[in-house]
Design a protein around this ligand. Structure first.
Ligand code: PH2
Ligand code: MG
Ligand code: MG
Length: 182
């Protein structure tokens, strides 16, 4: 894929619950905007969220960003994993504390599932800490597997009643010093 015409809107979910969580999210955004010809278009507010799944861990900060990128999903994913490592994410096991987590939520209308990658993110449709910030940016974003908009998913979410509240009505954008040369 080359050129702007073929760039899909891509939605990334960021989360952190150990260390300087906001700083890790800011650094992640700066590094994401340093990926090849990748530009952050929009930042949601930062939300303070109750841990979902394994409960006995600190609360999270979560946000969603919209990016445009010419990178294919697998290449983008490996770039995001590298950024997680460079920020200092320590592997602690599934669902446990993390310095930074960067997930591809949606990549245009693509649905991909293989051993390396699954898009849309397999649990995004049942997580308020993802859907609330995503709906803030684009309630009409389309989930190609559930065949519903984000707004519709949020209205019918079955069991996640965890607390998700805007921590900072300004967003990470206010802290970001990145420049895009593209
Ligand atoms: N991520 C998880 C598990 N639980 N809970 C919240 N509130 N926010 C997260 O980002 C999160 C979680 C695994 O990716
Ligand atoms: Mg995650
Ligand atoms: Mg992840």
């Amino acid at each position: 894929m080359t050129g702007d015409a073929k760039k899909y809107p891509v939605w990334l979910g960021l989360g952190a619950n150990v260390g300087d969580r906001l700083d890790a999210m800011r650094t992640a955004c700066n590094m994401i905007s340093g990926l090849l010809k990748t530009k952050i278009m929009e930042f949601s507010s930062v939300y303070k969220t109750e841990p979902v799944g394994y409960k006995d861990q600190p609360f999270f900060y979560n946000c969603v960003i919209e990016v445009r990128t010419p990178l294919a999903p697998e290449i983008l994913l490996s770039g995001l994993k590298r950024i997680e490592r460079e920020i200092g994410r320590i592997p602690r096991g599934v669902g446990r504390e993390r310095e930074i987590d960067i997930d591809i939520l949606l990549y245009g209308d693509l649905a991909i599932k293989n051993d390396l990658i699954e898009i849309p993110h397999p649990r995004m449709h049942e997580r308020r800490f993802v859907l609330v910030p995503l709906a803030e940016l684009q309630p009409n974003a389309w989930h190609p597997v559930m065949r519903m908009t984000v707004h519709e998913l949020l209205a019918q979410i079955p069991f996640d009643q965890s607390v998700v509240r805007a921590f900072d009505s300004s967003s990470l954008e206010d802290y970001i010093s990145y420049k895009y040369y593209g």
